[in-house]
Design a binder for this molecule. Structure first.
Ligand SMILES: Nc1nc2c(ncn2[C@@H]2O[C@H](COP(=O)(O)OP(=O)(O)O)[C@@H](O)[C@H]2O)c(=O)[nH]1
Ligand SMILES: [Mg+2]
Length: 352
């Protein structure tokens, strides 16, 4: 899974990126062509408990890739999406908009004042306009070539939707329309999460900016955190972090909250495999059939799928192994159509 971090200059994108990934990318950097990229492991207590029990040679967590984009200065600081950014964002699965809510007068806001709702509206508009340009070009081309058909009709619908002021993510589409649009990688179609970046001064106080109301009305997930404090906590040795968080009133670890929100937004879940060589978490969309989930591990397992042997997490922990769980009657045999439950431990039987 790939998540693009976007937002105005100095909204705290790189600070957040560093806090989440433990990296030390330069903050305040601007106009650099290269995006910061990091992969983080998804913390998962079930994987930890399984690994403690099975003692595998290798433990592998699910992973999320983050891309932190530095907009180009030539854009006048008021825009977020230059062509380099578009290239980076094209293949992301979701976008996170870091919205500046911290006051700090020493850090200049590109628009001269701190106003989270205004920034959200502006960015949403920029996403839509970016898509609109692509749509209009394509429509023009189709019309020139006299090839009007279903693609044309669909794009005309997309255009009308954006012209009505709405992002493509709110346009109802049937599965084959989703498929037909996939190649365009429309930005306003990607799931979007807002991240309010608050200052130390705001911890534990209500936010008067209206960001919560805006997020609720726009049906966008919102998490708030304090980027700079999170970054500072991330510098501490692991065993000191929680005490520091408690002192500051920072609540649950930002990385955990952030990843949970991203999983929810994308409708993701994990299933697990627990062998001697490797205990591992695998990410799938909720509602994925067993045979397709098998393909996440290897295309051979999907092709040669015979059945899935499944043990629920708690039963596995009680039994101590797949074989014992089977003896105790807690193993279920499921076919291709089975829909995974969160935390299922699976052994695929296949034949190639
Ligand atoms: N007070 C305060 N300053 C922050 C916070 N997050 C970022 N900053 C500062 O804002 C400046 C720009 O941050 P940076 O992460 O580089 O923003 P980017 O341009 O969006 O990547 C840096 O000087 C940060 O120290 C925050 O939560 N609180
Ligand atoms: Mg930056």
């Amino acid at each position: 899974m790939k998540i693009g971090i976007i937002g105005l200059a100095r909204s705290g994108k790189t600070t957040l990126f560093n806090a989440l990934s433990g990296a030390h990318a330069a903050v305040g950097a601007f106009g650099s062509r290269d995006a910061n990229v990091a992969v983080i492991k998804v913390p998962d207590a079930r994987v930890d408990r399984l690994a403690a029990l099975v003692k595998p040679k290798k433990t592998t967590y699910a992973e999320i890739q983050f891309i932190d984009i530095a907009p180009n200065e030539a854009m006048g600081e008021k825009k977020v999406l230059d062509s380099a950014a578009l290239t980076h964002l094209k293949n992301t699965d979701a976008l996170v908009h870091v919205v500046r809510a911290f006051k700090n007068e020493d850090v200049m806001h590109p628009l001269g004042s701190v106003d989270p709702v205004r920034d959200c509206r502006m960015l949403e508009e920029e996403l839509q306009l970016t898509d609109l340009i692509v749509i209009e070009k394509r429509i023009e081309r189709i019309e020139k070539e006299h090839k009007k058909g279903s693609e044309h009709d669909l794009l005309v619908r997309c255009r009308a939707h954006i012209e009505g002021g709405a992002p493509l993510r709110t346009l109802p589409l049937d599965p084959h329309e989703v498929h037909d649009l996939a190649g365009f990688c429309f930005l306003s179609q990607k799931p979007l999460m807002l991240l309010g970046n608050y200052g130390e001064e705001s911890i534990g106080t209500p936010d008067p900016s209206g960001l919560q109301t805006f997020a609720a009305e726009s049906r966008l997930p919102l998490i708030d955190l304090c980027g700079e404090m999170e970054f500072e906590v991330a510098q501490l040795p692991e065993d000191e972090r929680q005490a520091f968080r408690d002192d500051l009133g920072l609540g649950e670890e930002s990385r955990t909250r952030f990843i949970q929100a991203a999983y929810d937004m994308l409708g993701l879940m994990s299933f697990l495999t627990a062998g001697e060589p490797e205990v591992r978490a695998w990410t799938i969309r909720k509602g994925t059939k067993a045979v397709d989930a098998a393909g996440v591990i290897h295309s051979d397992i999907q092709r040669g799928f015979i059945r899935a042997e499944i043990v629920g997490f708690d039963h596995f922990m009680q039994a101590g192994s797949m074989a014992k769980a089977r003896e105790q009657g807690h193993m279920r045999l499921e076919g291709k159509e089975y829909i995974f439950q969160d935390g299922d431990i699976v052994l695929f039987r296949f034949n190639v």
